[in-house]
Design a protein around this ligand. Sequence first.
Ligand code: AMP
Ligand code: FE
Ligand code: FE
Ligand code: ZN
Length: 283
Amino acid sequence: MSRIDLHCHSTASDGTLTPAALVRAGADAGLDVLAITDHDTTGGWEQAAAARPAGLTLVRGAELSCWWGEGSQGIALHLLAYLFDPGEPLLAAELARLRGDREQRAEKIVEKLRADGVPITWAEVQEYAAGGSVGRPHIAQALIRAGLVGTTTEAFASAWLGARYFVPKSDLDVFEAVRSVRDAGGVTVFAHPRATVRGRVVPDRLIVALAESGLFGLEADHEDHTPAERRHVRELAERLGLAVTGSSDFHGTHKTVELGAHTTAPEMYEKIVSAATGVPVLG
Ligand code: AMP
Ligand code: FE
Ligand code: FE
Ligand code: ZN
């Protein structure tokens, strides 16, 4: 029985383990397959592949920041993309744009905080991001250092990054994202599609439309889904003929979840690999 975790973050975005440390931790956690899925970047792929311990299969992926709907009525969503060609120009350009937008947005959040006298700096946040995709967890780190909150979760409360100091990003249209990843030879899985704890979730009719447009799967078993939400996602996947996955969404010490806390069935993993052009780095 293999243990397959298809959603993990490294320091290439907002995880706290380097890509090399992540693959070693995956092997130590008894995983057979680990996917590196940093936000809007493939920047950790090379290091992860080079450090991959024998016996661990590495799936190279990313988690794309997407958007559905018009303006402030829209809903942000995350698509996991697997086994695509990172050199495909259109997708690579989109990812670069998303990372640039993350920087501008994070700097705006820091300015907002500073205007209210919060003693953090953009240079400090950039230092925490260490050249990777900047995210709110890096700003949370500065708030913790300044002694204003105790944990990352507290920093996401509405008094801080959750609402008062929230600035939107300009994400990728979700249909365009599905198409771009397919054009680059990869497959897409909708990450935590029903996680109401994170805010508004999309209606099932969007998932039906995405399935018709080439979406490959849905992530059902995820820390942020209640048992009822997991069941709902599974049933929807079955009805639409989509693959279903489970994964930890590991972020190191930025979250409490452990590697392999949720896993994907081998037959679902095989389906994903068969549908993609890219190949895993085998164990
Ligand atoms: P961003 O990508 O900059 O919008 O920040 C979102 C990221 O922050 C997510 O990918 C999670 O890693 C993290 N995050 C979101 N909500 C929370 C929360 N309530 N507690 C801790 N981390 C969170
Ligand atoms: Fe994250
Ligand atoms: Fe996510
Ligand atoms: Zn994630």
